[in-house]
Design a protein around this ligand. Structure first.
Ligand code: PMP
Length: 355
């Protein structure tokens, strides 16, 4: 190692799901929405004129935070916007987890949490989920430097009861509790309403999944005015202009189109419930997912083999080579047609494997 390299901040990066450049694949690996964003988004983008590119965007992203605030019936002073919820979460880790005590999160959860903790040198301890992949609330009662819980959790899709999450927050009034609600619109109970009650609760959401805007990179945090002020202080110490003008317009338009949102999320939920049954018929064990993905294990076939066979057939799903979940697959809920192609392929492949 060259001597200058000793001074480099070393990081083990998060591995995102691949975005293959192959035509005609069925892409069920990154929990994207199978439907396009609201038509209102395209309309808003068409209105962009070059004057907006010449100027810096609004550092407060007011139109965007205001649209989110309006939708949720809270004051814009209680909303923070970032470049996807990844940016919001990273900023939140940097801002709120500044103690010598370990931050707690489940052993099986969004695999970016430990990456940020390592990058920012935040001490942390992972708390095992129980044998049914459920979060045990009592495990979060001890002393800690903060808590992060994804609800519904990823990659299991399992949601926690609001009363259990409230209990965790009640017993941790001296630290910041972050609840990552990336998948909340597909079936969980949001804690956004509780942010008025708990000054230390930060709820993080995204437009990437239920609003079909993963490519725009828009995420939010909602919390007390105090939390949002602290978060903004760190953001403005880092980069004032995180949200570009197109993202501000597109995001506000997507949030305002409630009808389209209800329609597409309803379709995804219906396809998910049908897919659970189809997968069970094919011999899979399926978790009670409240998200836009399924988390499955086959009773006989190995997840890794199924993953490779699907890939060969042009169907891409997510496989995590990690302890406890290395025999599972995470499959994004696509259109009914995409899912039918998946079931047909699995039926014939499993039959051949058995023969
Ligand atoms: N939280 C969870 C649990 C996720 O699965 C994802 C998607 N990878 C994110 C946050 C980040 O999503 P985005 O940055 O697109 O908002």
């Amino acid at each position: 190692m060259a001597s200058w390299e000793e001074n480099v901040r070393k990081a083990v990066p998060y591995t995102p799901g691949e975005q293959p450049k192959i035509a005609n694949i069925i892409k069920l690996n990154t929990n994207e929405n199978p439907y396009p964003p609201s038509p209102a988004v395209l309309k808003a983008l068409r209105g962009t004129d070059v004057e907006y590119l010449r100027r810096y965007p609004d550092p407060k992203s007011f139109d965007l935070t205001e649209a989110f605030a309006r939708l949720n019936g809270i004051s814009p002073d209680r909303v923070f916007a970032g470049v996807g919820s990844d940016d919001v979460l990273a900023m939140s880790f940097l801002t709120f987890f500044n103690s010598d005590r370990p931050v707690l999160f489940p052993d099986i959860t969004y695999s970016f949490y430990d990456v940020w903790a390592d990058l920012f040198r935040i001490p942390y301890r992972t708390v095992p989920l129980d044998e049914n992949f459920r979060i045990v609330k009592e495990d979060y009662y001890g002393e800690n430097g903060g808590i992060v819980i994804a609800n519904p959790n990823a990659p299991t899709g399992i949601a926690m009861k609001q009363s259990d999450l409230r209990d965790i927050i009640d017993r941790n009034r001296d630290v910041v509790v972050i609840v990552d609600e990336a998948y909340i619109d597909f079936g969980g109970e949001s804690l956004l309403g509780l942010t008025a009650e708990y000054e230390n609760l930060l709820v993080v959401q995204t437009l990437s999944k239920s609003r079909a805007l993963a490519g725009m990179r828009i995420g939010f945090a909602a919390g007390s005015e105090k939390l949002i002020r602290y978060l903004n202080d760190v953001k403005y110490s880092f980069n004032s202009y995180t949200m570009n003008d197109s993202a501000i317009r597109a995001g506000a338009a997507a949030l305002d189109d409630r009808e389209y949102f209800e329609y597409t999320r309803g379709r995804i939920i219906a396809t998910r419930e049908r897919s659970k049954k189809e997968m069970e018929k094919l011999g899979f064990i399926v978790t009670d997912s409240r998200s836009n993905f399924l988390f499955v294990r086959h009773k006989e076939a190995a997840a890794r083999d199924i993953f490779h066979a699907l890939r060969q057939a042009g169907i891409i799903v997510r496989y995590f080579d990690k302890p406890r979940i290395d025999n599972y697959l995470r499959i994004t809920v696509g259109t009914d047609e995409q899912m039918d192609t998946l079931f047909a392929f699995l039926a014939s492949w499993l039959k051949k494997e058995k023969a």
